[in-house]
Design a protein around this ligand. Structure first.
Ligand SMILES: [Zn+2]
Length: 419
């Protein structure tokens, strides 16, 4: 039975993954390349995973279509075991890894960087990897990867944990976006929050923020492209981890005219709170909640098992300071138009424009906003956020806000005019 399932998966993946793989090699690229198909068929598929414990040990076993090499290390605060793998296509049930089992409080998995996947195991108490075993299951030839964790004490864990998180892998080349000389249409970078091993907030329905905001970003991209007035790039074109400063770097390198980061927050203690909020970057947060939200969002790199890096914009420089001030003026103007357009299609939160120190909003020269579409802790918001009709309506509303913004900003320079 396993073998039959493995074959089906390999076949089912062919067409879809051709595009996905190409985008991974160049996130801002528009067209797939033909080398991707053969690589895809070599990518092992994970079809099952389970955790079992006894006598101070917990074993985490992944069932794969082909053997993989694994490398593990520990990180403290919070205590985690990171397992690095070559690229694996995880086809696991949605609830996989969410339940506590022995030494494992939860685990997640996903694409980490081009050609690399990662499993992040959150520990319920200090534990170390005592063995990593690869075996073949005789019944069906499936490859088993077993990571055995053994309980240890705080001191021993601390000694073996990496003192610092490893840096983000080298960014992918993004040379394919047409330069301004060739195409004068404004370039908008859409940034679907989280991705890969970082699921973002989790809805009460079990849905992940990373999937909800990705579906929305794709809808918005299609809508904007349909107007023919803009060039659109995505910071991620699939379910992959992208570090925060890499998202900013992509927008700056491509000389984007607007950067829109898309998220959906959750406050489990207050399921009645709902509505959209638009955030702009600032050194000082508008209020405590915004400050906390920015802290949570800024932790995305740590969730992926890498260290958050401050961007070059940290450097105090009077010229940069002036540029930043002017850019923030544009961000505020866009926010106003965006809230005006969203108002009829989505209830707005009590204070719909807020500011906080989001790492992803730190490009000094690209007007940037972060949109929290709604709250995944609100039943009513989830119903909207996961509805195709709402996605269509709100993508249309955002498109008209973008039209107005660019119409006002650069009218008379071959740019779009107000509808
Ligand atoms: Zn988020």
């Amino acid at each position: 039975m396993w073998l039959a399932r493995l074959k089906n998966l390999a076949l089912a993946c062919g067409a879809f993954c051709l595009g996905a793989q190409a985008v991974l090699a160049a996130p801002l690229a528009a067209s797939p390349n033909s080398h991707a198909a053969s690589a895809e068929f070599r990518r092992p598929v994970a079809i099952a995973a389970e955790a079992k414990s006894d006598a101070g040990k917990t074993r985490l076993t992944f069932v794969l279509s082909a053997p993989v090499e694994a490398r593990s290390f520990a990180i403290e605060r919070p205590d985690r075991i990171i397992v690095d793998l070559p690229e694996v296509n995880f086809q696991l049930p949605a609830e996989t890894g969410r339940r506590r089992e022995g030494l494992v409080s939860s685990y997640r998995y996903g694409l980490f960087a081009p050609g690399r996947s990662r499993i992040v195991v959150e520990l319920s108490q200090p534990a170390l990897v005592s063995s990593v075993e690869a075996a073949t299951r005789p019944a069906d030839g499936a490859a088993l990867l077993t990571i055995e964790l053994t309980k240890t004490d705080r001191e021993a864990f601390r000694r073996s944990a990496k003192p610092e998180l490893p840096a983000v892998p080298d960014p992918v080349s993004t040379g394919s976006v047409a330069s301004k000389g060739e195409d004068r249409r404004p370039l908008i970078v859409l940034d679907a929050g989280h991705g890969g091993i970082d699921p973002g907030a989790v809805a009460s329905s079990g849905a992940f923020e990373k999937d909800i905001v990705f579906a929305f970003a794709q809808r918005l991209k299609a809508r904007l492209e349909h107007t023919g007035r803009y060039r659109i790039a995505m910071t991620r074109d699939q379910d992959a981890f992208v570090a925060l400063d890499e998202r900013v770097r992509m927008a700056r390198a491509a000389k984007a005219d607007l950067f829109i980061s898309i998220h959906a927050d959750s406050i489990s203690a207050a399921p009645h709170i709902r509505g959209s909020t638009v955030y702009t970057g600032a050194e000082r947060a508008t209020d405590v909640e915004s400050e906390r939200l920015a802290e949570r969002e800024n932790k995305a790199d740590a969730v992926g098992g890498v260290e958050a890096r401050e961007t070059a914009s940290e450097v105090a420089d009077i010229l940069q300071d002036l540029t930043m001030r002017e850019t923030r003026g544009f961000s505020h103007r866009f926010t106003k138009r965006l809230l005006g357009a969203l108002d009829p299609v989505m209830p707005l939160s009590k204070k719909p424009h807020r500011e906080a120190r989001f790492l992803v909003l730190r490009a000094p020269d690209v007007p940037s906003v972060l949109v929290e579409l709604g709250y995944l802790s609100s039943r009513k918001d989830i119903d909207l956020l996961t509805s195709e009709a709402w996605r269509e309506r709100s993508a249309a509303a955002m498109t008209s806000a973008i039209d107005r913004y660019f119409g006002a900003r650069v009218a008379g320079h071959g740019a779009p005019t107000s509808p």
